[in-house]
Design a protein around this ligand. Structure first.
Ligand SMILES: [Zn+2]
Length: 54
């Protein structure tokens, strides 16, 4: 494992030191963790789920 480098579970980009992040849950099963994700990725995913545009 690289020192301190963690990739976002949603966008796949590295989470930089100092960037806000969450330990994120699966959208369909809130008891499951998918791993760390950027706070903004987590929030945008939640917004998409509730709006359902395609
Ligand atoms: Zn992200």
């Amino acid at each position: 494992m690289e020192s301190g480098a963690v990739n976002c579970a949603r966008c796949g980009q590295p989470i930089q030191p100092g960037q806000p992040w969450h330990l994120d849950h699966d959208d369909t099963d809130r008891s499951k963790y998918i791993g760390p994700s950027h706070t903004r990725c987590n929030l945008s995913a939640a917004g998409k789920a509730s709006h359902k545009y395609d």
